[in-house]
Design a protein around this ligand. Structure first.
Ligand code: GLN
Length: 309
């Protein structure tokens, strides 16, 4: 089964690339500021093992917020539904991903959802293991399994660059500690969180991970259930309601594909039963989503009627 050919994809990439100049690469994590804003790459992975791709597909990028979906899946498996959702909510915020505002007014004072930074920090603090190395290792092994790629690792440079500058995320941690939602040492959590966000891969690896979520937790190539169907369902639902931060509503209407973006310019898409999508385009719009990546998904969804709605 194939929805697009390589040639069609190439044309859409060229078209979408035109808007890259209107965006900017993230610089609040200094290392991300080194990316080429004009890059754009896409890979689409089908359940039969075939894939199509176009653009700068060999470039690696860090997952950043895309890692939030995967850590959520892992802690749901580690701790179960009740434990996780006692500590983090299920509602979109309409605020930027790094906002602290709603934490102050929420009762109980828990983050509204696991896709904003506050919620993701709580989720990362729930990853089981007796040391940072063991916890990161468990997350990495899970990601290697999802991507079917044993070489996936994190970028020490990007992790350090974020760790050295993550003042706002530290503020979120201290707020959460004050309210007993997290109990561990802030610096330990920041180390794990920044390494998690710095896990890097190509858009084909990302498309493969998106495919597992699209196929209800099954790796269709290895015929193996990697995560429970219900965990895949919860993750995909969060991708629809909160995956593109405070642009999720507009994205659901214009594109209609469960997706999660990150500030390095990645977008993972999971089209239920059909394919996984991995995109890399580091120039961002004002909400922190890949500007050319969004355009590309919009073009594909419109022309091939991909919306799930
Ligand atoms: N590591 C980033 C941060 O915490 C992730 C945010 C993102 O990708 N939107 O700021």
């Amino acid at each position: 089964m194939s929805i697009f050919s390589n040639e069609e994809l190439r044309n859409y990439v060229e078209e979408a690339k035109k808007v890259a100049k209107n965006g900017q690469v993230a610089t609040y994590i200094p290392e991300l500021g080194k990316a080429n804003p004009l890059d754009l790459a896409i890979a689409i992975h089908y359940p039969d093992g075939n894939f199509v791709s176009a653009g700068e597909i060999n470039k690696k990028f860090t997952l950043q917020s895309i890692s939030k979906v995967i850590s959520l899946a892992l802690v749901l498996m580690d701790r179960g539904y009740d434990y996780v959702f006692e500590r983090v909510g299920m509602e979109p915020t309409g605020d930027p991903f790094n906002s602290i505002a709603k934490l102050e007014t929420m009762k109980p004072a828990k983050p509204l959802n696991p896709m904003i930074n506050a919620g993701a920090l709580v989720v990362t603090s729930m990853i089981k293991g007796s040391s940072t190395e063991e916890r990161l290792g468990r997350l990495l092994n899970f990601i290697k399994l999802l991507a079917n790629n044993d070489t996936v690792d994190y970028s020490e440079t990007v992790a350090k660059s974020e760790y050295d500058t993550a003042f706002l995320n530290r503020a979120l941690c201290y707020f959460l500690k004050q309210h007993n939602i997290i109990t561990e040492d802030t610096e330990t959590l920041m180390e794990l969180y920044t390494k998690q966000c710095a896990i890097e891969m190509t858009c084909l690896d990302l498309a493969k991970i998106g495919l597992v979520f699209a196929m209800d937790g099954v790796d269709p190539i290895k015929h193996k259930q990697i995560l429970p169907r219900d965990v895949a369902r919860i993750c995909k639902t969060f991708m629809v309601t909160c995956g593109m931060y405070n642009a999720s509503g507009e994205f659901a209407i214009k594109v209609g594909i469960p997706a999660k973006s990150g500030v390095a310019g990645g977008i993972m898409g999971s089209l239920p039963g059909k394919c996984g999508i991995g995109i890399f385009g580091p120039a961002l719009d004002d909400k922190g989503n890949s500007i050319a990546g969004m355009k590309l998904l919009h073009l594909l969804s419109k022309n091939y009627k991909l919306s799930i709605f």
